[in-house]
Design a protein around this ligand. Structure first.
Ligand code: NAP
Length: 304
């Protein structure tokens, strides 16, 4: 991959903006922060469904526009004059509704004359990664392709933050991590590394019609997690391999809602089958350094 650094050409018009959806969310806020290190606030606009929630952006000189994924007219208006649009996928759970919102945004981008659309998809979707999520992203990717708008697909790996949470302390306290994932591996990266990659694509030329697997070059498994927790705590933590039904019952007895426990089992199954262990060097190339490892994230978490 050859990129031209920091030579993003302003498109002549003073109203030309880099427009970011989902900017009030955790990833979106980090994208804006990273983008502000590369371009000026006057070159950025955010498209948000809750304008009041975005007041901190306005205070920084960023234009705040109203845009709701369920209101196509608002999207078209909020995308006007966009030299680049970052479409951050909606957190909607229902898959067809989720695709519909993305299609609304892509159609609005077409009508608004958006020059380039970047979309936050899901890593390794065409290699069988978690199909219940992956198919929504594939449907969106194909809609973008048939729209004819130049694109960059930012296929984001699982957020590392999802795995680095207070539950780690309970693994240390009990001395065990109980899963049905076996030795299977999963690829996770931090939201901030993904946000830096997105900001890089938004601020530079040379990323048109590319698909990036924004993942780590190293995937980890629960044996690795047990070793990391042992190292940071000084206590022995082991990974216990159990069946899916044993893992499910253990989570429900521990108080996890059944729906979440089912999701976790589906993830363990996908990890055990090898579908989550793919790796890529794309993220490292885009951000110019190694992504933050799971060991680094856990060490930071316990040193806070
Ligand atoms: N890779 C992973 O592991 C992973 C994990 C979880 C989620 N995701 C995906 O990545 C996306 C970004 O992650 P995140 O952590 O930033 O999620 P988040 O904090 O929940 O942010 C979601 C953003 O979408 C906005 N939004 C929701 N419904 C909308 C609508 N109808 N119209 C316009 N905007 C709407 C939210 O606006 P409000 O602030 O007004 O609510 C918020 O800005 C998620 O939405 C989800 O699709 C990926």
């Amino acid at each position: 991959m050859k990129f031209q650094k920091n030579i993003y050409k302003r498109r002549g018009s003073s109203v030309s903006k880099i427009v970011i959806t989902g900017a009030t969310g955790e990833l979106g806020q980090l994208v804006v922060q990273n983008l502000l290190t590369k371009v000026s606030a006057s070159e950025i606009a955010v498209s948000v469904r809750n304008v009041e929630k975005a007041s901190a952006f306005a205070e920084q000189g960023i234009e705040v526009r109203y845009g709701d994924y369920e209101d196509p007219a608002s999207l078209e208006k909020s995308f006007s004059g966009a030299s680049k649009l970052l479409l951050i996928s909606t957190p909607e759970n229902e898959p067809v509704a989720r695709i519909r919102m993305h299609v609304n945004a892509i159609e609005a981008a077409k009508k608004a004359g958006v020059k380039h659309i970047a979309y936050t998809g899901f890593a390794f979707v065409d290699k069988g990664a978690f199909p219940s999520l992956g198919n929504v992203h594939l449907a969106t990717e194909y809609t973008i392709r048939v729209s004819g708008i130049p694109f960059t697909i930012l296929r984001n790996a699982f957020y590392q933050e999802v795995f680095v949470n207070p539950a780690l302390q309970s693994f240390i306290d009990s001395g065990s991590i109980v899963t049905s994932a076996g030795e299977g591996r999963i690829n996770t990266v931090t939201r901030n590394d993904l946000a830096l990659a997105a900001a890089t694509v938004l601020a530079e030329d040379g990323h048109e019609n590319r698909v990036y697997e924004l993942a780590s070059a190293v995937a980890w498994n629960y044996d690795d997690l047990a070793e990391i927790l042992s190292d940071v705590s000084g206590k022995t933590v082991t990974h216990q391999y159990v069946t899916d039904s044993e893992a499910f019952n253990g989570m429900v007895i521990a108080g996890l809602p059944e729906g979440l426990a089912r999701f976790q089992i589906a993830l363990y199954q996908s990890i055990a089958s090898g579908n989550e262990g793919n790796t890529s060097g794309d993220l490292e190339k885009l951000i110019g350094r190694k992504p933050t490892s799971i060991r680094e994230s856990i060490t930071q978490f316990f040193n806070k």
